[in-house]
Ligand binder design. Structure first.
Ligand SMILES: [Zn+2]
Ligand SMILES: [Zn+2]
Length: 128
């Protein structure tokens, strides 16, 4: 999936997201991209959707912010985000045990999981 070729715009958006180094809203991202000539929101949203579909970026649902994926993870490991409410930073790690557990519980309810991410809010080590 990751071998699919990204359009030049997608690469530029991905680079901006990586350079931001923290979760950014779509509007913040558009501000970051304006100097390189991308300012049309549909272009940015299209690129973000593609990056998310390819597993290169995530949308944090609890803050409506986008973040570059910190590492490649397989489908059976669930991305977990520690989101600092003080600095807005997010640390991503993957946890297969949580994934196994939640997949099992969901299937007990007859629920089919299509995607899963866990967002934990709190204070990061640097801000504490
Ligand atoms: Zn990730
Ligand atoms: Zn912090």
């Amino acid at each position: 999936m990751k071998n699919r070729r990204l359009a030049p715009n997608h690469v530029v958006v991905f680079d901006a997201l990586k350079k931001a180094g923290r979760p950014v809203t779509a509007y913040e991202l558009i501000d970051l991209l304006r100097p390189v000539g991308i300012s049309a929101p549909p272009t940015v949203y299209r690129a973000l959707n593609r990056l998310i579909a390819d597993g290169l970026a995530h949308k944090l649902e609890s803050t409506s912010a986008y973040v570059a994926c910190a590492h490649a993870h397989s489908n059976d490991s669930v991305p977990v985000f520690e989101i600092c409410d003080s600095c807005g930073g997010a640390h991503e790690f993957a946890d297969a045990d949580i994934g196994d557990h939640l997949f099992r519980r969901a299937s007990e309810h007859g629920f089919t999981v299509s995607r899963m991410a866990i967002e934990i809010h709190g204070t990061c080590a640097r801000c504490r």
